[in-house]
Design a protein around this ligand. Structure first.
Ligand code: NDP
Length: 250
């Protein structure tokens, strides 16, 4: 494996082969000129990534990994840092839902969501931080949720995982700021992706009533915020939760 230092800043985006993660990867490549390692669990989606990515596809490096695999994800992060000689940005974006009312929620649905949404971000943060501390700089961005800030009926597992990400974000920021490693979270509201397409129309209509800007967000709305937090323009921001939600939380 080559260890020449990449001239371009290097980012890792988990869950980046579709939805919000894919737009984040596009924004980091196309606007910030980064090299982006996209991590996803489904091999076919990683294989098709280069064809669907658009301009800058040569700066995408797809890797298949289940982010709940602590050892695997840690090794992947170490390999990326070694291969490119740097790691500048870590975006913990992979996430799932297994909705159900609290009284009926199974242990499995609780644990699976906590593992994918929260534990994975801990593994990714711990692994990335080691390299960022060494290079005296980096930006870690956790994709939380409006549900993590406010709670949400039918989402005890999901909202707890997303609230946990906010705790992880603030603690990481406090522990690493002296090494110039920043950590922030984004709390998206209702964003149009496969995740929300799966909701019944009635639930979508209800959600729209609570959005002051009266529309669902687009994945790109989140990607713009990630690009800002990843860039030096946010050099004086750490430990923050940026709500990108059409004004729902105010
Ligand atoms: P999608 O379901 O469209 O995409 C999620 C991505 O994560 C997929 O690429 C998926 O892979 C990947 N993923 C899931 N599990 C794993 C795993 N174990 N290992 C590796 N990759 C995995 O979701 P969104 O784009 O909508 O959401 C992205 C993030 O934004 C999530 O954390 C979500 O909770 C958060 N969010 C989304 C909101 C919305 O309204 N859409 C609102 C608030 C927060 P695969 O394709 O193989 O399933």
């Amino acid at each position: 494996m080559s260890s020449t230092t990449s001239e371009k800043p290097v980012a890792i985006v988990t869950g980046g082969s579709r939805g919000i993660g894919l737009e984040i990867a596009r924004e980091l490549v196309q606007t910030l000129g980064m090299r982006v390692v996209v991590v996803d669990i489904v091999e076919s989606q990683i294989n098709e990534l280069a064809d669907s990515f658009g301009p800058g596809a040569e700066n995408i490096d797809g890797r298949v990994m289940d982010v709940t695999d602590s050892e695997g994800l840690t090794k992947l992060v170490d390999d990326v840092a070694e291969q490119y000689g740097r790691l500048d940005v870590m975006v913990n974006n992979a996430g799932i839902t297994r909705d159900g009312l609290l009284l009926r929620m199974s242990d499995e649905d609780w644990q699976t969501v906590i593992n994918v949404n929260l534990s994975s971000a801990f593994y990714g943060t711990r692994a990335a931080a080691k390299h960022m501390v060494r290079q005296r700089g980096g930006s870690i961005i956790n994709i939380s949720s409006f549900a993590g800030v406010e709670g949400n009926r039918g989402q005890a597992n999901y909202s707890s995982s997303k609230a946990g990400l906010i705790g992880l974000t603030k603690t990481t920021a406090k522990e690493l700021s002296s090494k110039n490693v920043r950590c922030n979270a984004i709390a998206p509201g209702f964003i149009q992706t496969d995740m929300t397409d799966a909701l019944p129309q009635k639930a979508k209509d209800m959600a729209l009533e609570f959005i002051p800007l009266k529309r669902m967000g687009q994945a790109q709305d989140i990607a713009y915020a990630v690009a800002f937090l990843a860039s030096d323009r946010a050099a004086y921001m750490t430990g923050q939760v940026l709500c990108v939600d059409g004004g729902m939380h105010m």
